[in-house]
Design a protein around this ligand. Sequence first.
Ligand SMILES: N[C@@H](CCC(=O)N[C@@H](CS)C(=O)NCC(=O)O)C(=O)O
Length: 203
Amino acid sequence: MKLYWCENTRAFRIIWMLDELGQPYERIRVDVRGGETGENKSDPDFRAASPMGKVPALVDGPVKLWDSGAICLYLADKYPEAGLSVAADDPRRGEFLQWLMFTNAVIEPAMLEKFMELPPKPQSYGHGSFESMIGALEKGLKGRDWLMGDRFTAADVLVGSSVHVLQQFGLLPVITALQGYVARCRIRPGLQKALALDGVTKK
Ligand SMILES: N[C@@H](CCC(=O)N[C@@H](CS)C(=O)NCC(=O)O)C(=O)O
């Protein structure tokens, strides 16, 4: 597998995910901040893998994926022995998918609303509001170590990575269930590895 990656981007999620899986891969840096002349930005293999020129992108033989949520689900399903997915015939598959989509569909647009200080329009925005996003997350994590209960899954890689960023930016409310969750995520070796990589290669 080839992972197109850049430091300090959403690609850190996939470094974490691949570490949880223990699968080998090649990491290729794409300087997404360097314009068209940035390292590997116009590499035809990268452009073929990522039509929008964004990272992360993953190539696995003929398979090309260019969204962190899709990549996490693909990898979790491809390596079921790692226990990061919930099988298609499991009654809890729906709940798993719900949380798996929550980051890109709800947390990220809600974060943007907060960062940009956009006027709240909870009925128009698909993500509702920053507050309703936090409320849903708190409810989902109450009394649980992970989103699916005792089991850490790919949904935690996605949600955990965004909650980590929220806390870095001082936006994570002081709510026991959320603070405990981010602390549990931060001691995962895969997240530490992803963050170290962001630090050491930072330009
Ligand atoms: N929904 C995508 C978003 C990917 C994305 O926006 N990546 C940013 C870095 S975090 C990027 O590559 N930006 C460079 C650009 O758009 O040129 C995902 O989650 O993978």
